[in-house]
Design a protein around this ligand. Structure first.
Ligand code: TRP
Length: 453
């Protein structure tokens, strides 16, 4: 058995966890989901769910991970009795991570493509509508999507190969600050657009009549997705934590950073949407279709656009490596494989699942998928993972910590390294009662088993 690696510093852990959390979820998925779900009321739910439901799950995962120093499957197994079914939760996590990583890599591939397109000035001489069209052309080009998917997964393999400290922590520490600075610069540009005030009210002033019936579950899924919780990833990162680290404080910092970045992303994109008169419910292409229009109107377009899409790619890779790392860590433990072998095999499986995702808009594979399931393959994977698999796994994670794990283990784990001892009781209360009951309620209501409106 080899020695488990650990983060070298607390800030290294925060950067890696924030790197996992902040990603395409905040910058790509959040804005278009806000648009599709009616704006500010959805944002408000997202905020409440992030801090009152997502954060307790985040903390629970760190507690399990640090306590056991193992990855999901073995962690659940070692904290429960021989022959118990809790390790199934670990397997469910693995399945969800494969699916998310697959479609996430397709979107990340679009980011790489847009970086190259920016360098070759793809907006030159095009009207705003023509610029938007380019996204549809890209999304429905099978070969090009597969190419970028392959490249992106290859880059992930490169980082995860080098392990926790030299790979993940090192790159997150460099890339995260660059990202934050660039984001603020672009947000500054959007502030000057005439559509800003309309965008501001769309995002900040709730109109509950606009809330669609599925918005509540979507907001929960969104909060879990952006925090990376419910899938054993934070658990795996927790297993690389030493005893001196402060779980409540680092968790809160990560949740706050993620929330702020999501808000900045929405406030950066919607002014463009309103300034140029597009529909807010633009779907998954929103970021790719709107920002190039803004860039094309600004001086220094090539630099701005290239830097922005490179940044999107950076945030994507700091998140995707967490998904891959979770898979690799579990496979290393389950099959006693070397890190290298586990990395190659899990990345190859992901590539296979990624193929139908990459080909879904073109209809090159499963042409009747949409007619049968109501959304294309990519959207189906996106939907079932965040709206069902993550909330259900999150629910079981809190049930495990609140009801199955010994209370004294939870207390001692949480108290180690923290000055916020007085938070122990409220945190345990939300892990045991608030989070599971609310999540269960939302799931039951969405599945039609109970009705309250
Ligand atoms: N949180 C990341 C984002 O917002 C995506 C992500 C990374 C993720 N790891 C995850 C989502 C685990 C769900 C589960 O882009």
């Amino acid at each position: 058995m080899h020695q488990r690696e650990h983060w070298s510093t607390q800030i290294g852990f925060i950067m890696a966890a924030a790197g996992s959390a902040i990603g395409l979820g905040s910058l790509w998925r959040f804005p278009y989901t806000v648009g599709e779900n009616g704006g500010a009321a959805f944002v408000l739910l997202y905020a409440l769910f992030t801090f009152f439901l997502g954060l307790p799950v985040f903390i629970s995962e760190l507690v399990i991970g640090r306590q056991t120093q193992k990855s999901a499957v073995f962690a659940y197994q070692s904290l429960s009795k021989e022959g118990s079914n809790w390790k199934m939760l670990g397997y469910l996590n693995i399945l969800s991570c494969f699916i998310i990583l697959a479609f996430y890599s397709v979107v990340s591939g679009w980011c790489l493509s847009y970086t190259l397109m920016s360098l070759t000035q793809f907006t030159k001489g095009k009207t705003p509508d023509e610029i938007r069209q380019v996204f549809s052309i890209l999304a429905s080009s099978p070969g090009i999507n597969l190419f970028w998917l392959f490249l992106f997964l290859g880059l992930n393999v490169g980082v995860v190969f080098s392990g926790v400290k030299k790979g993940i922590e090192h790159w997150s520490k460099i890339l995260m600050p660059v990202l934050l600075v660039l984001l603020l610069v672009l947000f500054g540009y959007s502030l000057t657009l005439e559509g800003f005030s309309k965008a501001f009210s769309f995002i900040m002033l709730p109109d509950f009549s606009k809330l669609t019936p599925s918005a509540i579950l979507n907001a929960l899924g969104m909060a879990f997705f952006t925090l990376s919780v419910g899938l054993g990833i934070i658990l795996t990162y927790g297993s690389y934590m030493g005893p001196q680290e402060d779980i409540p404080r680092t968790s809160f910092i990560v949740a706050l950073m993620t929330f702020i970045v999501s808000m900045i992303a929405a406030l950066m994109i919607f002014p463009i949407v309103f300034t140029f008169g597009f529909a807010p419910e633009g779907g998954p292409g929103l970021v790719f279709q709107t920002l190039p229009i803004l860039f094309s109107k600004l001086p220094g377009e090539i630099i701005l656009s290239t830097v922005f899409f490179a940044l999107l790619f950076f945030t994507a890779i700091t998140s995707s490596i967490s998904l891959l790392e979770m898979l690799v860590a579990n496979f290393m433990e389950i099959f006693s494989w070397s890190r290298q072998k586990a990395t190659i095999i899990t990345a190859s499986i992901t590539f296979l699942i990624g193929i139908p995702c990459a080909l879904s808009s073109s209809g090159a594979l499963f042409p009747n998928w949409k007619a049968i399931y109501g959304m294309d393959f990519f959207d189906t994977m996106n939907y079932i993972t965040s709206s069902w698999m993550m909330p259900i796994s999150g629910l079981f994670t809190t049930l495990f910590v609140g009801w199955k794990m010994e209370r004294s283990l939870f207390d001692s784990e949480l108290i180690k390294g923290t000055k916020w001892r007085y938070l122990l009781k409220p945190i345990f209360f939300s892990v045991k009662w608030l989070a599971p009951i609310s999540v269960l309620f939302i799931i039951l209501e969405q599945s039609g088993l109970i009705k309250f409106h």
